[in-house]
Design a protein around this ligand. Structure first.
Ligand code: ATP
Ligand code: MG
Length: 1013
């Protein structure tokens, strides 16, 4: 909306409240003209939509357009019927208040088209379901049916609605259309029997004749030629270029079946339509003053069959009237004129009642079917497509009713518009200043007041005995309400007005202008009488529709039926009640020219309509307070660049921002008011000045703004992507957490969909952890703790892995290393957990020999001869007597252990003779080689000490094959000294190694304590 403010010179203002000179009709029309030239047919007066009939198809009703207006703020897009539709729909949904859209305007202004556009908008944009689709179809299809039976070609409109229509569309709590209900008002029945020149009867007659299948026409006794029917020739206009009766017939037939008419019902309905045509062709013979008789028997035959009545009874009823005098029934023959009008009255009654039946039938089909599963209270949007104010050269009873209807609607409009205006001021905390406006209640009262009103006076004349006539009605008006400011007659008025009034006319000063009504026909039309015997014939009909239309109970009711005007008054009162209970929106339709031509803007015609649609009054009421109002946010957003404090953004409260902005712009206190959430600007010029300032500012910001705006677009786009990503990640994370928690809860269950993700994850993470923490060497015994589900698998894996590692390790071992390990194995077998200094020996590799060739005396080597030397180590020998320590070498050959002192072979012990080896369990290096005592060559057991005790003894055990002959002793070792004497070595633990003869004669060995023990 605001964006178009800049183009206002060319396309005018989109809201008339922004017209500088809002009281000028010329300015109003000029604005309409500018817009019409640009094909902008819609303009607002506040929330009222003014629509000018373009008389051409504009590309503004596409699905894209519908989408554009969906859920959008009224002022954000250009005015459109869809904006009104959407606004009503959203108010209904959000405020839970029933809505109504009142469409008014003169014949041909586009009311019916507007109502169809609204219906289509709802059909396309509202939520749907299978059931809803059916309802949508029926709602849409009710239009062609009602138009076929209730619309006709007139001089003003090729598809003129000849009845008023109010349609409720019901929506369920989801906002889907679920039902509908139609109220119809005052069908122009006179058209059935008479049409003005250039006009036609209701479309259905022509559609049936042009489109009906041969068979059907034969059954109905009809010919395919409208000229054959008296009721279709009065206007001398059977064909209209803009209407294709044949294709319309197909549309109507399809619509009838969509709505739910059975084949039988359609047949009966068409029987009635055909009967009306046959009735029209009944001709009478006889003198003007004599009794009338029927000259066309064929028609009676058809009628008897189609209506399912006795032909002769019908014939008589069409030529006589039944009078009840003094309790006796008398039949009185009718003259030619009376008989013709009786026939026409029957045609009108039959057609009129069938039309009402049709509306009821459609209502049954549209009814909101409440099932136990549906919510009973549907919300409602009502559409009122009703005749606008009519002023002709000659105005009759119909115009009187129509204009009365418009007075009532105007009253409702003023009351509701003022009320909503007042409500808004109150809501915003702005003082309400009373608006001066013309309250047309005085005219409504003049028409409808009990006993004193025009309708009461008319009814009185219709009902009173004696010679009541249209003229006596006029006289009564003069006598009763002649002094009323809004009524005058030829007799009562001044000379000037008298010149433009007929003697049989009364003039009403409507809110929209003066209208002269000719009283001729008022009484007849108001009485709308059908002779009793004709009613009786219809009550006897076999046609199922007619039996519903003509109820026998009606015959028994001796009260006079309500007059047409009173019925209309009652139905209008009900309509007002309906509309009052709803939130109204208004569409005011204007017809741009009488020629139904596109692009022609007839100023005189339009001024006339602007006047009688009350648009200027409408604008005055709307402008009484403030021309423009907007929410602070919208206002600030648009104009913030005009004030350094608010540009580029205002951080404080919106109201303060707007206040700062308007002060900077120099608004005077009387020019605006700040409400609770909106700013109200009194004059358009204030707004326009601001708008112009904005235009200038835009130029100065020029390039920079465009760069900034591009940057903003890119930034927004990129931020959007990042936000999407973040949101997606957050969503995924939430899902993972949710699955995790669920899995954790179900973790002890069998594998199931709830825990499979969790279990898989636990397995996966264990295996990954294992992979990172596998033992590096065969000796490394660490292994991650498996989850319960993987205990078995983990154990198997561990074994496999170990085997694999060991195998790999083994493959890498060379013979040398193998030999080393074999010796270590032997050492382990002998000493592990038995001798204190064994653990220290484990990491130290055993060497091949501790003494090489140069360190051993060559003589010794020589004396060993061919014996291969396997190991040599320096040792300390303790004498058997006195335990004196002497350095010696211990050599191990393939056959014996040899103790050498320098070049001397001191003692040789054959392995075979080696009885055993004793050693302590402590950390000392003392050991005893036991030899047999009987061996004279040996001088007794040898007590030695080696610094590499584990290595030395392992070598001895291997070389001598005495692995099992090494005794590890606790406390002491007993050994033989030769000649049968024994020596004892006592072992104790101490701080350091000490080997000495003790006082008791034992060799005392103190072995150092090791930390490992
Ligand atoms: N928005 C529109 N776009 C194009 N043509 C339109 C539009 N509105 C109306 N017309 C044209 O004007 C004709 C008359 O419109 P419509 O039948 O709606 O008038 P009306 O106000 O209902 O008249 P009546 O009171 O006689 O029923 C339509 O048949 C159509 O040709
Ligand atoms: Mg219409």
């Amino acid at each position: 909306m605001e964006s178009a403010l800049t183009a206002r010179d060319r396309v005018g203002v989109q809201d008339f409240v922004l017209l500088e000179n809002h009281t000028s009709e010329a300015a109003f029309i000029e604005n309409l003209r500018k817009r019409f030239k640009e094909n902008l047919i819609y303009t607002y007066i506040g929330s009222v939509l003014v629509s000018v009939n373009p008389y051409k198809d504009l590309e503004i009703y596409t699905k894209n357009h519908m989408e554009r207006y969906r859920g959008i703020n009224f002022y954000e897009v250009s005015p459109h019927i869809y904006a009104v539709s959407d606004n009503s729909y959203r108010s209904m949904r959000t405020e839970r208040k029933d809505q109504c859209i009142l469409i008014s305007g003169e014949s041909g202004a586009g009311k019916t088209e507007a109502s169809k556009k609204i219906l289509q908008y709802y059909a396309v944009t509202c939520p749907a379901s299978d059931q809803v689709e059916t309802v949508k179809d029926r709602l849409l299809q009710s239009n062609p049916v009602l138009e076929a039976f209730g619309n006709a070609k007139t001089l003003r409109n090729d598809n003129s609605s000849r009845f008023g229509k109010y349609m409720d569309i019901q929506f369920d709590f989801k906002g889907a259309p679920v039902g509908g209900h139609i109220l119809n008002y005052l069908l122009e029945k006179s058209r059935v029997v008479h049409q003005n020149h250039g006009e036609r009867n209701f479309h259905i007659f022509y559609q049936l004749i042009e489109g009906g299948e041969e068979d059907l026409l034969r059954r109905l006794g009809l010919e395919r030629n409208p000229q054959q029917y008296q009721y279709l020739v009065k206007g001398n206009c059977p064909k209209v270029s803009s209407i294709n009766d044949r294709s319309d017939w197909k549309v109507v037939r399809k619509a009838l079946s969509v709505i739910g008419f059975s084949e039988d019902e359609v047949e009966e309905l068409l029987n009635i339509i055909a009967s009306v045509l046959h009735l029209g062709n009944i001709q009478y013979g006889g003198e003007d003053s004599g009794n009338a008789y029927i000259t066309t028997d064929t028609q009676i035959k058809y009628l008897a069959r189609l209506l399912g009545v006795d032909g002769s009874v019908l014939k008589e009823a069409l030529t006589h009237k039944k009078i009840i005098a003094k309790g006796e029934e008398l039949k009185s023959p009718l003259n030619l004129e009376q008989a013709s009008s009786a026939r026409d009255a029957l045609s009108k009654a039959v057609y009129g009642r069938t039309f009402t039946w049709l509306v009821n039938k459609i209502n049954v089909s549209l009814a909101y079917k409440v099932t136990p599963h549906t919510y009973k209270n549907a919300s409602v949007i009502g559409l009122l497509d009703i005749y606008g104010f009519e002023v002709f050269q000659h105005n009759s009873f119909e115009q009187f009713c129509i204009n009365y209807c418009n007075e009532k609607l105007q009253q409702l409009f003023i009351e509701l518009t003022l009320k909503s205006e007042q409500d808004e001021y109150e809501a915003e905390g702005i003082t309400w200043e009373p608006v001066q406006y013309f309250n047309n209640k005085i005219i409504c009262d003049l028409v409808e007041e009990k006993f004193k009103g025009i309708i009461s006076i008319l009814d009185e004349e219709c009902l009173r005995p004696g010679d009541a006539s249209d003229i006596t009605f006029l006289e009564k008006l003069e006598n009763t309400v002649g002094g009323h400011a809004h009524l005058t007659t030829h007799k009562l008025t001044d000379g000037k007005t008298r010149k433009v009034m007929g003697r049989e006319e009364f003039r009403l000063l409507h809110y929209a202008g003066e209208v002269n009504y000719n009283v001729n026909g008022f009484l007849d039309k108001n009485n709308d009488l059908l002779f009793r015997n004709l009613k009786e014939v219809m009550c006897m009909s076999d046609n199922k529709i007619l039996t519903q239309c003509f109820d026998r109970a009606e015959l028994k009711d001796s009260r006079r039926p309500e007059t047409a005007a009173t019925q209309f008054k009652t139905s209008l009162a009900k309509l007002m009640e309906i509309l009052m209970s709803k939130e109204p929106s208004y569409v005011r339709c204007i017809k741009p020219n009488d020629a139904k031509q596109a692009g022609r803007f007839d100023e005189v015609l339009i001024r006339h309509q602007v006047k009688y649609l009350g648009l200027m009054e409408n604008l005055r009421v709307r402008r009484a307070g403030f021309a423009y109002r907007r929410h602070y946010e919208t206002f600030l957003q648009r104009y913030k660049s005009l004030c350094p404090e608010t540009w580029p953004s205002w951080q404080g409260k919106l109201a303060d921002g707007v206040s700062t902005l308007v002060k900077h712009l120099g608004y005077k206190p009387e020019e605006y008011k700040l409400g609770r959430s909106k700013i109200f600007i009194r004059f358009p010029k204030t707004l326009f000045a601001t708008e112009d300032a904005l235009e200038t500012r835009k130029h100065s910001l020029g390039e920079r703004e465009s760069h900034v705006s591009h940057a903003v677009v890119v930034q927004a786009w990129w931020k959007g992507i990042l936000a999407c990503r973040r949101a997606r990640r957050r969503r995924e994370a939430a899902n993972t957490i949710r699955r995790f928690i669920k899995g954790f809860i179900y973790r002890h269950n069998e594998r199931c969909p709830e825990n499979e993700y969790f279990l898989d994850y636990v397995r996966y993470s264990f295996l990954m952890k294992l992979r990172r923490n596998l033992p590096k060497t065969v000796l490394d015994k660490s292994w991650p703790t498996p989850p319960t589900a993987l205990i078995e698998a983990s154990e198997r894996l561990r074994k496999l892995y170990m085997q694999n590692m060991v195998w790999g390790y083994c493959k890498r071992i060379n013979p040398e290393w193998k030999h080393q390990l074999e010796q270590k194995m032997v050492a382990s077998e002998i000493f592990k957990n038995k001798k204190d200094n064994y653990p220290q020996s484990v990491p130290k590799l055993f060497v091949g020999t501790r003494l090489n060739g140069e360190e051993i005396n060559p003589k010794v080597l020589q004396s060993l001869g061919s014996e291969k030397m396997k190991y040599a180590v320096p040792v300390t020998k303790y004498d058997r007597k006195g335990y004196k320590a002497r350095p010696r070498q211990l050599l191990l050959t393939s056959n014996s252990a040899v103790i050498v002192e320098e070049a001397k072979l001191k003692q040789r012990i054959d392995y075979a003779a080696l009885k055993g080896i004793s050693v302590s369990s402590l950390s000392d290096g003392v050991f005893v080689l036991h030899v047999p005592t009987e061996d004279k060559k040996q001088k007794g057991d040898v007590v030695l000490q080696s610094d590499h005790i584990i290595e030395t003894l392992t070598k001895v055990a291997i070389c001598a094959d005495k692995v099992n002959s090494i005794n590890i002793n606790q406390g002491s070792i007993t050994f033989t000294m030769g000649q049968g004497r024994e020596g004892i070595i006592d072992f104790t633990s101490g701080s350091e190694l000490l080997v000495a003869k003790a006082k008791n004669g034992h060799l005392s060995v103190t072995a150092p304590r090791l930390n490992s023990r």
